[in-house]
Design a protein around this ligand. Sequence first.
Ligand code: AMP
Ligand code: GLY
Length: 422
Amino acid sequence: MKILVIGSGGREHALVWKLASSPRVSELYCAPGNAGISQLATCVPIPSTDLPGLKAFAEENSIALTVVGPEAPLALGIADLFRESKLKVFGPTKNAAKIESSKSFAKNLMLRQRIPTAEASTFESVRPALDYLDRCALPIVVKADGLAQGKGVVVAGNLQDAKDAVVNMLEQRAFGDAGNRVVIEECLEGEELTLMAFADGKTVVPMLAAQDHKRVGEGDTGPNTGGMGAYAPAPLATPALRYAIMRDVLHPAIEGLSRVGSPFFGVLYAGLMVRDGTPYVLEFNARFGDPETQVVLPLLETDLADVLEAVVEHRLDQIHLDWSEESSVCVVMASGGYPGKYASGLPIDGLPEASSQDQVAVFHAGTAWKDQNVVTAGGRVLGVTARGPSLKAAHDRAYEAGRRISFEGQYFRTDIAARVLT
Ligand code: AMP
Ligand code: GLY
């Protein structure tokens, strides 16, 4: 079976790495991929948002299944285009993907389905938003409605920061059209948790729960990023909590989308805040999470190609997922300055030494080839991931492998998984 993976990050490297271990997969392609992915798959230089280009490639190369990694092509309707052309594609339609691409759409769905979440109001102009903020309790959360690569959320501790965020999004258009609307919502307290599930419109099959570290700084400080590291399984996710998330969040969301004529096929990602054992939704994503996928897939023992195909063929009820009893930890190595400005094109040393460690996989995110060397090519550069019989063992292995890697200005958090290890 020939598979095409779309995207170029650590998530896509983890997907390609997992699929490469399937005896069913004969050829793997990735568009556009990165330096690490090119060691496992044929990378084709088609941007992930070039829908006609991707469709033509899939047709010309008889691709049996296309797996969409990032949100942008889903929001543009890649799954609709492929389905119309009778090409098998793993990922939701444009309308179903609105659960991620419009926070106001997601809020309305949650309200209708009585899914526990923060109370929120949506605004399209500055004045009413600022007046509303004057009446809100602090801290308060201001979100751009559309896609902003995880950077469109401001958790404001004071009124001025909240107002600045509104002006920045609605008036100064910091996120372009993604900020045509803002959602202002109550700030939830608790512990964050990610539960991703495969869904084929009816059946919902959850993966292991993971925890992400979204803030750039040690001890969860500083601005939000795409994710600085993760671990799985998260001890917070007891069987009772997983049951509650399925019953109160994932099943109602899937049902709600089917009810409005947009059944969801793909991975539904629930970003949750857990308070006193109750899960509240912070966000939904319509795809695999990054870096969560980098820690969850190494623990999956079922053939991923079988699972993805079952979703696309609407027979997920026939699938049972087997998981390793082990744990895994991913430490993201980023370019100095990320999530702000950073340099690119810097040579990376020590990759073979790090990757050859036992139970370690170094997933590439922002990397490229330059004169036969791997160089940095993005904010998040690598996801150094390790498995071990305990979270502590996986943690130690990941940091030990990370020590072998170096590039100018490299930055990583030293406290990934620390909260559960102390
Ligand atoms: P989102 O993209 O909506 O998940 O937001 C990114 C991050 O902002 C989340 O992972 C949380 O850390 C934080 N966040 C978002 N919404 C809230 C909220 N209502 N209360 C507290 N923190 C939030
Ligand atoms: N880890 C957050 C995300 O994938 O959006």
